[in-house]
Design a protein around this ligand. Structure first.
Ligand SMILES: Cc1cc2nc3c(=O)[nH]c(=O)nc-3n(C[C@H](O)[C@H](O)[C@H](O)COP(=O)(O)OP(=O)(O)OC[C@H]3O[C@@H](n4cnc5c(N)ncnc54)[C@H](O)[C@@H]3O)c2cc1C
Length: 426
């Protein structure tokens, strides 16, 4: 696991065994992140026999590395989603994503998952007066879809956010925060309790169709199943048909030392988590043990880079100057999956072989509900009529140039973010 706050502070359940020999199942799930274990739980509860293969440890990917910010909705605005998918399909995906955080907190309650869940709402803060207009329009679009969201009155802004950095903000009532690694482990334990068989350190190394069904080979064993769900999302490089179908974007997180209660209590008293409207989106939240966790603010297409965490230290100093020099105890990073249209999708590789991808940085809630949708498809729901678009595998145009492309996009977006603030002011 990376040296993250979550890895350091989350009690690790007994490791799951290595896959050895042959096992038969109705469904083989590859990838033990939120998507994979949510699907495993939903399937096992329906009496379907499931085997989960995780290459490293449960939660090793984005699910154990993220900010823990549970947010409704998608990267795109409702009007854009309807434009891309049409009125009926668009509205279905929007309602599904708008409601997704409710499913997260329901599962936490139902399975008593101990993950510091705080369903105290999510604030989206505007970086400029221009961005504020976009937020206002977005809020009315989501309200029309029945989502409980409202603008924060200008006089209440600083008191809700604990910073005077922003021009305005809205608050989504059903958002919140969690310890994402503990949540992933909790779902995995619930799935195992319902009968799913989970295997760690068991990478899927080949997938081929034979007369008995799909054969999913690993280092020391093999699963034979009529269905395979490849829930590897941004970490999908191991399958040739998935290579290049999403852009893996590396972003970082930092966590401070424990702040005195008097100081921690002043940061974001109005919600459990916040993120902003910058093109290089920055998010922040305070944990149950009073640490400030900041995320985003920059990205690369490649390896860890010290610049990613330095950018976050700067972002914290800009927003919370009263903290003075902060002792940052943890800094880590991971890949999230971007799709060209910024919408999630289910890639259909073949009959009985699906790969859900592209949460575009909104994966805690979306991966949870997409896992449940995959379980419904396995149990007979029409995949062409589900809430998430189902597509054929198609490499992202220009995938091979992503290192240069993302480096250039980060520079351009940093310039545009600061120009927008200078021109449009707070
Ligand atoms: C730094 C960061 C911050 C983020 N912040 C937020 C946030 O605050 N809120 C939010 O909603 N979303 C956030 N996201 C996005 C969110 O974390 C993801 O969308 C979500 O966790 C995806 O879950 P997943 O199960 O689909 O994929 P992952 O959690 O990435 O799981 C994929 C798993 O597949 C495994 N795997 C890969 N290849 C194989 C193989 N061949 N065999 C077996 N296993 C394999 C990997 O080891 C990995 O564990 C963030 C992402 C990152 C990286």
């Amino acid at each position: 696991m990376p040296k993250s706050l979550w890895a350091a502070t989350t009690a690790r359940p007994e490791p799951y065994p290595l896959l050895r020999g042959r096992i038969d199942a109705d469904v083989c799930i590859v990838g033990g992140g939120i998507m994979g274990v949510s699907a495993a739980l939903a399937l096992a509860e329906k009496g379907v026999s499931v085997a989960v293969l995780e290459a490293a440890e449960i939660g090793w990917g984005a699910s154990g590395r993220n900010n823990g910010l549970v947010a409704p909705g998608l990267k795109r605005d409702p009007c854009e989603v309807r434009e891309l998918l049409g009125e009926e399909r668009g509205n279905r995906l929007l309602r599904y994503s708008g409601d997704a955080p409710n499913r997260v907190f329901e599962l936490i309650n139902e399975h008593r998952i101990d993950c510091d869940a705080n369903p105290g709402g999510w604030i989206q803060a505007a970086n400029s007066r221009r961005a504020l207009r976009r937020v206002e329009r977005r809020v009315s679009e989501w309200q029309a879809l029945g989502v409980d969201v409202g603008m924060i009155a200008p006089n209440d802004l600083d008191a809700n956010l604990g910073t005077g950095f922003y021009s305005g903000a809205c608050r989504y009532a059903n958002g919140g925060s969690i310890n994402p690694l503990a949540y992933t482990h909790g779902l995995a334990q619930a799935a195992a309790g319902a009968g799913a068989r989970l295997f760690e350190q068991s990478p899927a190394t080949r997938t081929e169709r034979q007369s008995q069904g799909w054969i999913i080979g690993s280092t020391y064993g093999v699963v034979v199943a009529p269905w395979v769900l490849y829930c590897t999302n941004a970490y999908n490089d191991s399958h040739p048909r998935l290579h290049g179908t999403v852009i893996p974007l590396r972003t970082a997180q930092v966590a401070s030392h424990r702040l005195p209660q008097g100081i921690a209590g002043k940061i974001l008293p109005g919600a459990a988590a916040a993120s902003d409207t910058q093109r290089l989106l920055t998010s922040f939240r305070v944990t149950a043990d009073n640490r400030l966790v900041m995320g985003g603010a920059s990205a690369t297409a490649g390896d860890e880079h010290p610049g990613l965490v330095r950018q976050l230290h700067r972002a914290a100093a800009d927003r919370f100057p009263e903290l003075g020099p902060v002792q940052w105890e943890y800094g880590w990073s991971g890949y999230l999956a971007l799709t060209p249209d910024h919408l999630p999708e289910i890639i259909k590789i073949d009959d009985g072989f699906l790969a859900p991808v592209g949460c575009n940085g909104r994966g805690i809630a979306m991966a949870t509900v997409m896992g449940q949708t995959l379980a419904e498809i396995v149990c007979g729901a029409d995949e062409n009529d589900c809430n998430v678009p189902v597509k054929s595998p198609k490499p992202v145009p220009g995938f091979g140039l992503r290192y240069i492309g993302i480096a250039a996009a980060v520079r351009l977006n940093r310039f545009l973010d600061s120009a927008e603030r200078r021109l449009w002011g707070r």
